[in-house]
Design a protein around this ligand. Structure first.
Ligand code: DGY
Length: 319
């Protein structure tokens, strides 16, 4: 039987590429640069399926130009804000993502960012690394203690819950806002807030775990930063779109926000050059899910979805 033709837009894990090559007539973009709209449109006439990452953008304009040959987009990501889902569905294209498998890796990075922001990781590392560490005093680099503090989580889906589980290991008092209240078994004692505003008032630490949608764009704006307790710490491992970056800078300058830990930015790759002057902003380059185990699991989950589709079944992660 002829194997379906598959385009993989980025260099995925070796195990993923080996399995894809076994089961599909696959072309991999080994140059590993983001696929442009023109490349995506051209690929749609030559491939039955694409495994893209969040770096490839399926805008309504691009989708309108896709060839009917392309039947499925099996994303190698849980976030799908790079895909215009209504346009893709209207075009008859099946879209899947990779939930679950990256929750722990992303929660680990959220924990790293929270601790690093709270305890001066950027300045501390630099002062030792550059040989500028020439003194010690009890008032030197005093940070904010995480253990026992109040944590607010916006978005209590899989990643939010994985982060809450890790935070409980630090005896944090977990509060959350979510579209719907969790069951007691899921909440593990976390306190539900039915509005973002109510949550912000108790969030000495705030971590964002909701998807980027038109409704969540600039969710954290100047008004909302002002609702945080003075000296709060803000962590974002979800999407840059959730934060008004100028408002965050103003909140840091005023001391309303003591520090931030960011893995996501409005502009990626690259980030926000205005953040560079602030040692209180601990930054990473969108590596929440970047562990060997998770990359393999994401690739396999995308392939599981493709396998189901081409076997005539409904993929588990069909959106
Ligand atoms: C995701 O899966 O959404 C991560 O941000 C990596 O793309």
């Amino acid at each position: 039987m002829t194997k379906p033709r598959l385009w993989i837009t980025r260099r995925l894990s070796d195990a993923t590429l080996a399995r894809a090559a076994r089961d599909y007539d696959v072309v991999v973009n080994l140059a590993d640069q983001p696929g442009t709209a023109a490349e995506i449109i051209a690929a749609s006439a030559a491939f039955d399926a694409i495994i893209p990452c969040h770096s490839e953008h399926f805008t309504a304009d691009a989708v309108a130009q896709l060839d009917p040959r392309l039947k499925i987009i099996a994303n190698h990501s849980v976030g799908v804000d790079h895909c215009d889902l209504p346009a893709l569905h209207a075009h008859g294209i099946t879209v899947t993502n990779t939930p679950d498998v990256l929750s722990d890796a992303t929660a680990e990075i959220a924990m790293l960012l929270m601790l690093g922001a709270a305890r001066h990781a950027v300045a501390g590392d630099r002062i030792v690394r550059t040989g500028a560490w020439d003194n010690w005093s009890p008032s030197f680099m005093v940070g904010k203690q995480v253990t026992g503090a109040r944590l607010g989580i916006i978005g209590m889906g899989r990643v939010g819950r994985a982060f809450a589980a890790k935070a409980r290991g630090f005896d944090m008092e977990v509060h959350y806002h979510n579209r719907s209240e969790l069951t007691p078994e899921q909440a593990h004692g976390a306190v539900f807030h039915d509005t973002v505003e109510s949550l912000l008032g108790v969030a000495d630490f705030l971590s964002l775990h909701c998807p980027a949608t038109p409704q969540t764009t600039d969710l954290m704006n100047a008004d909302r930063f002002a609702m945080l307790p003075m000296g709060a710490i803000v962590v974002n491992t979800a999407r840059g779109a959730l934060i008004d970056e100028d408002a965050l800078l103003a909140a840091i300058d005023s001391g309303q926000v003591a520090a931030a830990g960011l893995d996501c930015f409005k502009v990626e790759p690259g980030g926000n050059p205005k953040f560079a002057a602030h040692d209180t902003i601990f930054m990473l380059p969108h590596i929440g899910s970047a562990t060997t185990r998770t990359r393999d699991a994401m690739g396999f989950r995308a392939l599981d979805n493709l396998d189901a589709f081409f076997a005539g079944q409904t993929p588990k992660d069909k959106l």
